[in-house]
Design a protein around this ligand. Structure first.
Ligand code: ATP
Ligand code: MG
Length: 369
């Protein structure tokens, strides 16, 4: 909460978050003519049809209590306590959209293996439409296993991660065609399509170009090739991904360098907007012909786990756009959602109610140009 207090002191403002947001974030009107505040956008999340196209991952968390140090090697011996499976990667974006109230349709693939079966089961439990998922016998469903260790009464910390399922597994033509066919034959067309390319091959740029009809809102998170997707509405990479894509480094204390990077990204995507997430420094929005808008991190220093924060961010951002929000409004809400989710353990989600409570109780700082 420190950052928030600091910015408010600087502006000397006592405005409520909603009022501050109205001044800085712009508002659109709904089809019935009412102005859409950020809170009214959240109220419109419920039941909005949104598609997710991308790599579906299983996040496994194994919890162990430290028993002693081994005599075989200088390693900890853990007493196994529990293990949990949660949707990861694009599946986590789907879970986040669902938790925010969206009606979610997932397009992607899973292997004919146990993790694939688990994922389908998780979607079923969460009432996420999984009929767009193709079971591909040549594919190994990716699993990221995080081992967490701690004492009986201390919080557990990740000590190692084991990844299964190689990156870049080829997408057989028939599987890609089946995914596209399922997307095309939807009765209720998704209002937006969120693309989650984690490098496992389900969302190559070619498949996106082949999506017909093109949804009005197309958002992108791509771990390794953000610049290869042209014609999206917006992308939400983290700063390291953009630096890597352009082969440059931007220092934290170089806002002009960040502004140039954001503008380069937006142009490369041919997009009206781009967001760069900046971890503990919040996020920045770059819109065509506007000065960048910087959002201080929401919530402050109570960070529990940053796993999957990027998925929560793109989910809230996409849904806010689908609900009729402006880019600044969508980024504002995404920033709150990101700030809330890092306060939770594991791969977690945030609900619309939690966002509304956050707006009510302690609205975030105004973004700065
Ligand atoms: N340490 C932190 N403190 C406060 N907020 C954070 C922190 N880390 C992440 N966030 C919030 O989550 C958002 C996304 O985080 P980040 O930039 O790390 O994305 P990412 O690297 O894409 O995440 P992912 O690991 O899910 O891919 C940030 O913009 C911020 O709003
Ligand atoms: Mg990310």
């Amino acid at each position: 909460m420190r950052a928030r207090a600091a910015v408010r002191a600087k502006h000397g403002s006592r405005d409520s978050g909603a009022a501050a947001a109205a001044i800085h974030l712009g508002r659109r009107r709904s089809s019935r003519g009412e102005e859409l505040s950020v809170a009214s956008l959240v109220a419109r999340f419920e039941g909005l049809p949104v598609g997710v196209l991308g790599d579906l991952v299983v996040d496994e968390f194994v919890h162990g209590e430290i028993a002693r140090v081994s005599r075989e090697a200088p390693v900890l011996i853990l007493d196994f306590k529990s293990s949990t499976f949660t949707p990861g990667g694009g599946a986590n974006a789907a879970a986040n959209l669902r938790a925010l109230g969206a009606r979610v349709q997932v397009y992607g693939r899973v292997g004919r293996d146990e993790p694939g079966r688990r994922l389908l089961e998780l979607f079923e439990e969460k009432r996420i439409d999984r009929t767009g998922i193709v079971r591909d016998p040549s594919y190994q469903t990716p699993v990221k296993t995080r081992i967490l260790a701690g004492g009986a009464h201390t919080s557990k910390q990740q000590i190692v991660r084991i990844d299964r399922g190689p990156m870049g597994q080829a997408l057989p033509r028939a599987v890609g065609r089946a995914m596209l066919a399922r997307l095309r034959t939807r009765v209720s067309k998704p209002r937006a399509l969120l693309v989650a390319d984690y490098g496992f091959g389900a969302a190559p740029p070619e498949i996106l170009a082949a999506v017909r009809p093109q949804p009005a809102i197309l958002t992108l998170d791509s771990r390794f090739r953000v610049l290869e997707f042209h014609g999206v509405t917006a992308a939400t990479p983290n700063v390291a991904e953009v630096e890597h894509a352009f082969g440059v480094r931007v220092r934290d204390d170089d806002p002009a360098g960040l502004a140039r990077l954001g503008e380069r990204l937006r142009r490369a995507l041919g997009a009206p907007a781009a967001v760069i997430t900046r971890g503990s420094r919040g996020m920045s929005l770059f819109e065509k012909e506007r000065r960048p808008l910087h959002f201080a991190p929401f919530g402050g220093d109570e960070v529990a786990d940053v796993t999957g924060a990027g998925d929560t961010v793109i989910s809230a951002f996409t849904l806010a756009l689908a609900a009729g929000g402006t880019f600044p409004q969508a980024t504002y809400l995404a920033n709150i959602a990101g700030g809330l989710v890092v306060m939770k353990r594991g791969t977690a989600t945030v609900s619309g109610k939690e966002i509304l409570r956050a707006l009510d109780q302690g609205p975030p700082a105004r973004p700065e140009r």
